[in-house]
Unconditional design. Structure first.
Length: 195
């Protein structure tokens, strides 16, 4: 088996096995593995990938693993990466389903205490990547207004306005308009410079 396939599988197996809380709690580990340790993508590409993976349906870690696998080794890389991410959860959930009933989990003081201990760690795992991602994306006090306004609209429970899909579409359209505006501006600047 190709060494890169093995590295992809092991990296995403580690991500799938040792991250609790899902989503944002996984980001710091995913970033450390794919950006810092293996340097499969740059930090800027990771931020773009994160935005796309968050807006797609499905599990964040699986979405990222599929894109990284595809970038490195096409369809086979995607499958190997996704399997690495999914396998630990599948085995753990299957083991729990086979050996423990919901009542046994609920009434087991040891398991309850373990979950109680994990909760604060998960909060820290979520807060840390939010702060580092905000810093890397150059979010300042002007741009921080956008997520706050969106969060307030979603919290408002107004039928059309509180739907997250509305803001995903609006964000995509806004990004496209921003791109076109800056693309036209750079073309105009090049024409001016060539005169």
């Amino acid at each position: 088996m190709n060494n890169l396939y093995f590295k992809l599988f092991l990296s995403f197996l580690k991500i799938g096995a040792f991250t609790f809380g899902g989503g944002w709690a996984m980001i710091s580990i995913i970033e450390r593995e794919i950006v810092e340790k293996h340097q499969w993508i740059t930090k800027a590409d990771f931020l773009d990938l994160l935005a796309v993976a968050q807006s797609m349906p499905g599990i964040l870690a699986v979405n990222i693993s599929v894109v990284i696998g595809d970038n490195l080794r096409g369809l086979k890389g995607s499958i190997v990466s996704a399997l690495g991410t999914i396998l630990p959860s599948f085995i753990i959930i299957l083991s729990i389903a086979v050996f423990l009933t919901p009542d046994a989990i609920k009434n087991n003081e040891l398991i309850s205490n373990i979950f109680r201990g994990i909760r604060p760690a998960v909060v820290a795992l979520i807060v840390a990547p939010v702060l580092t991602t905000a810093k890397a994306a150059k979010i300042n006090w002007k741009t921080v207004a956008i997520p706050i306004i969106v969060a307030l609209f979603i919290y408002s429970k107004v039928p059309f306005i509180s739907n997250p899909i509305t803001f995903i579409i609006a964000g995509g359209l806004g990004g496209y308009v921003y791109y076109i505006k800056h693309q036209n501006g750079s073309i105009a600047n090049k024409k001016e410079a060539s005169k």
